[in-house]
Design a protein around this ligand. Structure first.
Ligand SMILES: Cc1cc2nc3c(=O)[nH]c(=O)nc-3n(C[C@H](O)[C@H](O)[C@H](O)COP(=O)(O)OP(=O)(O)OC[C@H]3O[C@@H](n4cnc5c(N)ncnc54)[C@H](O)[C@@H]3O)c2cc1C
Length: 499
């Protein structure tokens, strides 16, 4: 083999497909019996219902240079959008929703319509140059130059603020104020966190342009399209093959040893779609890394855990908010105070009383996910990774608490439930060992673990202290989300190092 890729998540598969299309002989070794990592779909509840096990909505579907280079629609991947992208209702009846139509969103934002219009028109002016700059390896000089100094300054000035400060300055109504903080809470970014606005604002702007896209046939259709591109370039995936160690000779990665003891050689490179502690503290020996790197990686922080519920429903969710009935994603978070209270509870290790929720309605867009007239619903909240007595004792009661919140926003919801499937933090980690403690972000999204600090300075450009060994998971810049960029950037770096 020219290259071995450890892990068949979206980043591992993107890296492998990129190398294979460059003419390298590539083998992907995946620990689990199925590919995809957190990008897959299964009939988790009842036959006939298809649920996404992790990622479900893809704002970078079109704009990611990695996915563009692989032309996934060219192998049959189809994306679809809901009428509205992101709705933010509250039980008091107030609601705002982002759609791709600026006028429609401005109407929804009411008194804050002009402020929204300013933001959305700014994004329209940047087009796909925004994603290109955000997803490129840093320093991203050429993409930043194309984006323009004014846009970069504005992004920095807004993005470095906490979401609380940004929202209070930008919007007047409580409904509009909860939008960006609600989106930043996809990661572990609370109201007062420095630079929390970066993530929330980018998600809001992407919702307004590409939208929170849904792949027809489930998230696994994206994984299958990546594998298609890999295999047509003669690359291979071997499932059920966990890598235990990297083989290093004279400072260079020359292969791997699997958990079953098989040695597999790599002539040119090894790319690891794994967590930094796993790569630097377990797969490599002490002599193969540096003291500095090991001490930094011991301090690498995973974010809080995730609790996920999937439901099989006998009809669409009867949201009080008309906008929510047409939205791909709905966010439950009543006010800035509610989001702040939630954050404080999770940070102090408590189960949240009123769980903030990211709720996905894939079957509104893709009827193939459920029997005719029926629907799926996908939702997650953030939670402490571990609880006293273990998650097993708390999971059913916590899922009931989530349903109570949904019932408040959509009276009659409970009557539609045919079955539910729960995944606590330890279940998510058992499904995919990169989801350490149930962290869906492959490491905290806080500022001190972003950009040149992800996963540790100065190893933010995919290379490691071992020649020919590259980190390509979402634990490195540009971080979590399904855009394939960590894998793509690592593969391009490996190719450049060989030429
Ligand atoms: C509940 C949830 C919801 C999410 N929602 C979204 C969303 O809507 N939109 C979005 O863009 N993103 C979302 N994400 C985040 C997104 O799924 C991740 O950022 C993305 O999957 C990271 O890709 P990856 O390739 O780095 O790692 P992963 O997808 O975690 O894949 C890593 C793979 O490596 C394998 N592996 C690890 N160690 C080894 C080893 N030693 N040997 C062999 N194989 C190994 C694992 O088994 C796994 O298959 C969500 C994640 C979760 C969990």
């Amino acid at each position: 083999m020219d290259a071995l890729v450890i892990g068949a998540g979206p980043n591992g598969l993107t890296a492998a497909a990129t190398l294979a299309r460059h003419g390298w002989e590539v083998l992907v070794l995946e620990a689990k019996p199925r590919p995809g990592g957190a990008l897959y779909s299964e009939a988790l509840t009842l036959p006939g219902y298809l649920h996404d096990v992790g990622a479900a909505f893809f704002p970078f579907a079109d704009d990611s240079p990695a996915f563009r280079s692989l032309d996934l629609p060219g192998v049959g991947l189809q994306w679809a959008n809901a009428r509205r992208e992101s709705c933010h209702p509250a039980p008091d009846g107030t609601s705002v929703a982002i759609s791709r139509d600026i006028d429609e969103t401005a109407r929804s934002f009411g008194v804050d319509g002009p402020a929204w219009r300013w933001l959305a028109e700014w994004k329209r002016g940047m087009g796909s140059r925004l994603a290109e700059a955000l997803l490129a390896p840093i320093p991203a000089l050429a993409p930043a130059w194309r984006l323009g100094i004014r846009n970069i300054l504005r992004l920095s000035l807004l993005g470095l603020r906490s979401t609380g400060e940004f929202s209070r300055r930008m919007f007047q109504s409580e409904a509009a104020r909860r939008v960006v903080p609600g989106l930043a809470l996809h990661g572990d970014l609370g109201l007062d966190d420095f630079a929390g606005t970066g993530m929330g604002l980018v998600l809001a702007l992407m919702a307004a342009s590409s939208g929170f896209r849904v792949p027809l046939g489930g998230a696994k259709a994206v994984t299958q399209a990546l594998i298609h591109r890999l295999e047509e370039a003669k690359g291979k995936v071997r499932l059920g093959e966990r890598v235990a160690r990297i083989l290093v000779r004279q400072g260079r990665a020359v292969g791997v040893v699997t958990e079953r003891g098989e040695e597999i050689a790599a002539r040119r490179a090894v790319l690891a779609d794994v967590g930094p502690p796993s790569l630097f503290l377990s797969m490599l020996g002490e002599r193969e890394t540096t003291w500095w790197l090991r001490s930094q990686i011991r301090r690498f922080r995973y974010a809080w855990g995730t609790f996920k519920v999937d439901w099989a429903l006998s009809g669409p969710v009867p949201w009080l908010s008309e906008e929510a009935r047409e939205s791909a994603v709905v966010h439950a978070g009543d006010s800035l105070a509610d989001l702040d209270y939630f954050t404080r509870q999770v940070r102090s290790g408590q189960l949240p009383d009123n769980p903030y929720l990211v709720i996905g309605q894939q079957s509104l867009v893709d009827p193939s996910r459920a029997p005719a007239g029926h629907h799926t619903l996908w939702a997650y909240s953030h939670v402490p990774s571990a609880l006293e007595g273990g998650w097993q004792r708390h999971r059913e009661a916590f899922a009931d608490r989530i349903e109570t919140r949904l019932e408040g926003l959509a009276p009659g919801f409970r009557r539609l439930i045919r079955a539910r499937h729960l995944a606590a933090p330890d279940d998510l980690e058992a499904m995919d060992e990169n989801l350490v403690g149930g962290d869906l972000g492959s490491g905290s999204a806080k500022f001190d673990q972003q950009l040149i600090f992800r996963p540790a300075f100065p190893y933010f450009r995919y290379r490691t202290p071992v020649k020919g060994l590259y980190l390509c998971s979402a634990s490195i810049h540009p971080g979590p989300g399904v855009h394939g960029s960590c894998g793509y950037n690592a593969a391009v770096t490996a190719i450049a190092d060989e030429t």
